[in-house]
Design a protein around this ligand. Sequence first.
Ligand SMILES: Nc1ncnc2c1ncn2[C@@H]1O[C@H](COP(=O)(O)OP(=O)(O)OP(=O)(O)O)[C@@H](O)[C@H]1O
Length: 755
Amino acid sequence: MSRIDKLSISGVRSFSHIERQNIAFFTPLTLIVGYNGSGKTTIIECLKYATTGELPPNSKGGAFIHDPKLCSANEVLAQVKLRYIVPPSTSYVTTRSLQLTVKKSTRSQRTLDGTLMIQCDGERESVSSKEANLNKIVSDTLGVSPAVLDAVIFCHQEESLWPMSEPAALKKRFDEIFEAMKYTKAIENLKVLRKKQGEKLAKLKATEIGDKQNKDKAEKCQASCIHLGDEIETLRGEAMKLHEQVQEATKNARERREAANSFLRIVNDLQTKTDELRIRKATLEESKARMDEELSGPDERLQDALAQYEERVARYVQDIEENRVQYKEYKDSLDESRQKHSEKLAEQGRLQSDKAKYERQLDSRVQLVQQAARLHGIRGFDGDLDDRKVQTFYERIQRLLVDKRHELDRLQAENASEMDNQTAVITELEGQRSRHTQNRVFAKQRITACERTIAALQRDLNTVEVDEGAKAILESESKDLELRLQQASHDLRNGDFDNKLQQQEIHLQQLEAESSRLSRELVESTRLLSDRAQLEVRKEELSEKNRRLSTLQTTWNDKLCALLGGSWDHATIDREFHKGLGVKIQALDEASRERDDILQQLKTIQGNLASIKEKSKKRDAEIARCKNVVVTALKNVDSEAELGVDALPAEIERLETDIVVLKNDMSLSTEMSKYYMSCRKSMNEKNKCELCERPFANAGEKSRLAAKIKSVLDQFGKSELEAELKENEQILGELRAARPQSETYMRLLTEKKRS
Ligand SMILES: Nc1ncnc2c1ncn2[C@@H]1O[C@H](COP(=O)(O)OP(=O)(O)OP(=O)(O)O)[C@@H](O)[C@H]1O
């Protein structure tokens, strides 16, 4: 505990400003005794002024300072020095100065800067400060509040009746002494805080009700979402299974189709072979018929046919070999083309799958961008989005993210700063509370010490011999003081300050508990608000999805109705859609199969057509060759006439007729020649006419007959007929040699016309 050691006064009231007066204070007690007006009160006033800086009452106009008139001076400097010791060994010396200047009609008082010198362990430190700071430092270092110094320890005698003052002033004074104002302010602040927190709590409760309802709805929505998610997962699993089954079925169908195609090829080959067989049979039949015809015909024709047989057979063999090689090439080419076609189909399917997947990813990206744009209020990303727009959006989102991170850092820093401030306030409040508790303990100790001192004084007083009058006065004063002390003790007990303090502490603890509870509720409310915000976001997403669903419904309703064969419902759309899709896929598969079959048939037909074209080309070439041969042969008959191939049989027939006629003419000529030779022989030998058997009447008749026979024999000359017959037979031979070509020509021409 600190104690006052020494007081030095100069220039205060009756104390001279020239000579300094020192008063030493002793432990445990220093009594100041003196005549009236000797300056005891002035010493207390100086102690009070030195410790609190407070001037005594009614000291305006320089009444506290030694009157300059008394020392015939215009200016007096008053100075009070106080030394006090703070255990263990720190010594403080406070010096305060006042100056009073007297002029003709005015007196002016001026307070000079006070100083405080601190001496501790041989070290000295001087502090020159303003009065307010100095008052606080002295009060703090003494460990006694200014109110206690002012009203209790250095209470001026003129103010010593403050315990008798009215209750409001008394309460105020006690509040100042016990520094209850801070607690009162704290309580008032707590009341205000409680009121605000109550209002906040009411609002939060109202919000909580709404949030609870929203939470229930959100839980229902969440349960519904989970249920729908499970259903979607189940349906997805079923869809995956169906997809696998579809793939398996597609694979089987492809294998079956390939098998069917191979069977179809075999059937086509068989058909081709059957046709070939039929053609060959027909050709054989025709050949047989022709052979029969040939065999039934004249030997020359057979000879001709035999002569040409080897050549024809060799040509046919060559044709067969060429056709076989070509057939093999076509077959290899067909197999290779089929394999390429299968590979291309597989690649097409894979590429279509990749394309669909890529398009789905693009759609998903666009939807994500649109959702994010709506969520963050970024305009310009509602419609179709290309790669450039998506890149722009990504850059904007990155910038937004950076801004939000900065904002979060700033808010965290602000929160940390606010928390530090609040912690400092709480620490300061707790420090104040502990100081006040300590002060209360000190006050109790001082009261006890004072009581002991009073008791000792009372004992000393009892031993002091005084006159009866003074004793009676002192006793009455003593009684009066005792009564006042009892009254004060009674008031102190009745005041029940301990209980009140305890109640205030309990109340403070309750308020702290209430504050922590409100903080928890605030955290809970913040969480609920966050949930509510999330719920709002979910609601917004739900409404957005509903809007998109209605848009999709508007856009695809007709197609879906067409696909599903009537109206549809959201709940069953997925199942019905997959069902309808399955039907469409089946129809598509069938159509694909039909298309493949048709393509196969088309290829077969194209192959047949190519074969037919080739055959037709060869046939045309054969027709042209046969025609050329026949026409060349016919040119020998008549080089001028433009005879067609169909004229060959008639020409042959005509030539055969001509040859028969020529042969008849030749035999007739031979017989006629024989007859006219016999006639000439009869004329020459028998001299008569062979026909009429009459002899010639004269030589003239004989010579005329000889001339006539000679002319007739000349007329029936065989050489021309033989030459003509030979020529006709040669031409006939050539024409007959051209007959197979003619028949081939006619046959091929008929086939061509038929096809
Ligand atoms: N401004 C002043 N200049 C000079 N002397 C003054 C001034 N003011 C008061 N005094 C004197 O100072 C003395 C005051 O003394 P103070 O009241 O301290 O005496 P006291 O011992 O307390 O008297 P009491 O026993 O009657 O209370 C008086 O004698 C008074 O005349």
